[in-house]
Design a protein around this ligand. Sequence first.
Ligand SMILES: *[C@@H]1O[C@H](CO)[C@@H](O)[C@H](O)[C@H]1NC(C)=O
Ligand SMILES: *[C@@H]1O[C@H](CO)[C@@H](O)[C@H](O)[C@H]1NC(C)=O
Ligand SMILES: *[C@@H]1O[C@H](CO)[C@@H](O)[C@H](O)[C@H]1NC(C)=O
Ligand SMILES: *[C@@H]1O[C@H](CO)[C@@H](O)[C@H](O)[C@H]1NC(C)=O
Ligand SMILES: *[C@@H]1O[C@H](CO)[C@@H](O)[C@H](O)[C@H]1NC(C)=O
Ligand SMILES: *[C@@H]1O[C@H](CO)[C@@H](O)[C@H](O)[C@H]1NC(C)=O
Ligand SMILES: *[C@@H]1O[C@H](CO)[C@@H](O)[C@H](O)[C@H]1NC(C)=O
Length: 921
Amino acid sequence: MEIKPLLLSFFFLLLLDASKAQMPGFVSFDCGGKENFTDEIGLEWTPDIKLIYGETAGISVTNETRKQYQTLRHFPADSRKYCYTLNVISRSRYLLRATFLYGNFDNNNVYPKFDISLGATYWSTIVISDASTIEVRELIFLALSPTISVCLSNATTGQPFISTLELRQFNGSIYYTDFEELYYLSVSARINFGADSEAPVRYPDDPFDRIWDSDSLKKANYLVDVAAGTEKVSTRKPIYVNSKEVPPQKVMQTAVEGTNGSLTYRLNLDGFPGFGWAVTYFAEIEDLGPDETRKFRLVLPGNADLSKPAVNIEENAQGKYRLYEPGFTNLSLPFVLSFRFGKTSDSKRGPLLNAMEINKYLEKNDGSLDGASIAKIVSYYSSSNWAQEGGDPCLPVPWSWVQCNSDPQPKIVKITLSGKNLTGNIPSDFAKLTGLVELWLDNNSLSGPIPDFTGCIDLKIIHLENNQLTGELPSSLMNLPNLRELYVQNNMLSGTMPSGLLNKNLILNYSGNINLRKGSKSGSHMNIIIGSSVGAGVLLIATITSCLFLSKGKKRYFEQDQLDHSPPVQRLVSSKSKAHTEAAYCFTFSEIEDSTRKFEKKIGSGGFGVVYYGKMKDGKEIAVKVLTSNSFQGKREFSNEVTLLSRIHHRNLVQFLGYSQEGERCMLVYEFMHNGTLKEHLYGHKSINWFKRLQIAEDAAKGIEYLHTGCVPAIIHRDLKSSNILLDKHMRAKVSDFGLSKLAVDGASHVSSIVRGTVGYLDPEYYISQQLTDKSDVYSFGVILLELISGHEAISNESFGVNCRNIVQWAKLHIESGDIQGIIDPSLHEEFDIQSIWKIAEKALMCVQPHGHMRPSISEVLKEIQDAITIEREAAGAAREGNSDVSRTSIHSSLNQGSMDLGGTDNCLSFDESIARPAAR
Ligand SMILES: *[C@@H]1O[C@H](CO)[C@@H](O)[C@H](O)[C@H]1NC(C)=O
Ligand SMILES: *[C@@H]1O[C@H](CO)[C@@H](O)[C@H](O)[C@H]1NC(C)=O
Ligand SMILES: *[C@@H]1O[C@H](CO)[C@@H](O)[C@H](O)[C@H]1NC(C)=O
Ligand SMILES: *[C@@H]1O[C@H](CO)[C@@H](O)[C@H](O)[C@H]1NC(C)=O
Ligand SMILES: *[C@@H]1O[C@H](CO)[C@@H](O)[C@H](O)[C@H]1NC(C)=O
Ligand SMILES: *[C@@H]1O[C@H](CO)[C@@H](O)[C@H](O)[C@H]1NC(C)=O
Ligand SMILES: *[C@@H]1O[C@H](CO)[C@@H](O)[C@H](O)[C@H]1NC(C)=O
């Protein structure tokens, strides 16, 4: 360490208000807390009272007794960011940990979702899915400046909040990587194998307070597929661990052994696929007989090279009870990682594993180019609230008084500090913000001269009025080619007005500056000069006349205005009077009769009518839906649908061509979709591959997204199902049947008297509450995704076991226990990348959450589908190049021994089934 001890202690004083007993270099903020305290493991906590933003709240979660989890700090659900600024020692490595325990602090049960960033770098999205589970995020970083900012932003649902913020300083070369100036390490897995309990190992066993998860911790898809013959081993002897990452002794004293020759595990790696840093920790903790050996290899599917070197712990570590720590500094890892350690043929004993750690490289964002200049400005006003927003001025979202452009490394384009009680000179650092377009410093108490803004060539609008500025109006202002508005009135400026300013295409106000003279003439207090490229004299006349015209001609102008607008107004009225038929094409009945050859070919029957094939004279193929007659319901749907359909155009929605009415018979005419319904393809004989299914899902999601977000007011489909997704010639999908669509009342949810929908797809929350929201469609879409994965119908008497008839409960049970293979459609023939199936499966489960607010928006689902498509494309590309791909290797699911029971059927309540029947049609 190059820092002198004296300097070091000085930093510590600054750094932590707590610093005595515990490890130096620890900061533990109890967010929302009120007092200092030391917890049962010896960590000293301080309240985050210095933060001027947010509010504190107390929570109470069953069985959570730790004081730091009795409080939290929450922030408004707005578009701002809220930052903690922490002091660090530059060029030191740290572990940063943020934890979140929701505890229903807002008595609202709206599970929050928001982002966390370190400075300008997006770190993670915090998604709360359970009120009493602590979400933990950890990041390892090398400090390059004396402070860091941890910011919460982008409140997607609920209010952002935080429970604790912890900083742990490393020493020596722990977690050194060659890339540390460019990347952070986001902790994905840190596992203590053979742990004697579910409790993690941390401080004081780990002097750096890393949290080592127990391998017996039960989490969805976490350490499943454990090989038969896996046994725990442990020792009480000390282990020599003082090298590299220095894992705690307690972690190294336990291990798992593959007594039958193999250790296998599978787990989800948060944040992956991507490049990561992965290390395994071994120590020989068993006494092997004189003729016994232990040699094994790591097998990572698709990474043949990695499997070559054999591990012989004792030899590699140069002794028993000593650490051997092989690893990979940059390894491409999938989201679902399966790995195996297998003994070599000449080895007597099976493989041993004590611990492992996997971190993802997170590329740093350098942040705004103006970061340094604006930091200086802010430092002059450090006691003002506006100067304490912290973090990067532009990223991930800009400060409240700043606007930035959208470059990858953004520049500040607008500063709004009007009426902020600024004093002293205008900091010259403003002039270093070279991207500045607008500067608002009016209504402050700024004094001194106006700085030279020559460097800010984009400056367009400058507001400096109502200050106490002195000196001359700098002639350098004339060098600003884009300057359009300059307000300097009511200051104490003096001298002569630079003549160039009067000749420019410029709005200029300099009144109220007693000593400021215009040119050589006497100090006239001209108010506004609206400029043009012509000379000043002509200009003045033009201004006056246009003003006269405006005031005198006001009335006439108004009338003119009305006259001009009358045609649209009339059109509006007439469209209202003609009601729903506006813009929808009306087919004559004989046209319909001819084209369908008197309704000869029936191609389907929907909820309230039969669909016939037709071919128009011009060859265009159509589908004619004849609504069931004598049905008031049907007629209402009809007018509903005609109005809606004539407004809606999207390539992923079945095109509505027109309507026809003949007596009581109402007909809707659509484009004909050559390949029928998705349902026929899934359960008929024409099997479709996974990639095609993803494309269909993407198409359908786009159509629904348009209904939800592209239409005003939003449209809720209400009856999404696989038989309502139609396929065209090219097997691209379109959503059909808006008969049940209802206009969603702006923002609020809609109360309807009759619950509509189809058994198996019906949102249970909607059924109970009758509150219709777009999330009801998301639920139905989740069911469709599960159908796409499994090839099973939403409701079935045979498929799901004895007491289970419902795809949601069945799939949930499998997915949550990590058994994805158990639900994959066998007709997909393993021609898929398991990563993409996982992605869709997990999103589908989110979609069918019991409560709407816990479900994602259709746009989020769409993004996930597109990510899955990317994964498939890349996998296909890799396969073409002849690489054997990591994830394409199928995982032959052997259920996790003992920890799960998938046989039981009482878990599977047929929820929809039991309650939805009355509404079924
Ligand atoms: C907490 O402890 C620090 C020193 O460790 C002290 O400066 C601070 O005033 C204490 N805060 C409270 C609220 O007692
Ligand atoms: C709380 O702890 C008690 C005792 O360990 C246990 O029986 C109970 O199930 C726990 N409750 C919850 C909600 O975890
Ligand atoms: C906020 O998150 C949403 C989705 O979660 C994303 O679409 C949006 O771009 C994010 N906004 C910002 C400013 O990061
Ligand atoms: C690093 O910290 C550990 C734990 O406090 C200590 O034992 C060790 O001596 C330190 N090493 C260096 C190089 O400072
Ligand atoms: C271990 O392997 C042997 C032989 O292959 C087998 O008989 C035995 O059942 C296995 N043990 C376990 C626990 O699976
Ligand atoms: C890891 O390797 C890949 C390709 O080999 C490279 O693109 C990437 O930048 C590397 N990551 C780091 C953190 O160096
Ligand atoms: C403006 O600043 C002065 C001195 O810094 C302070 O006394 C005054 O209270 C401030 N006024 C407002 C409105 O913030």
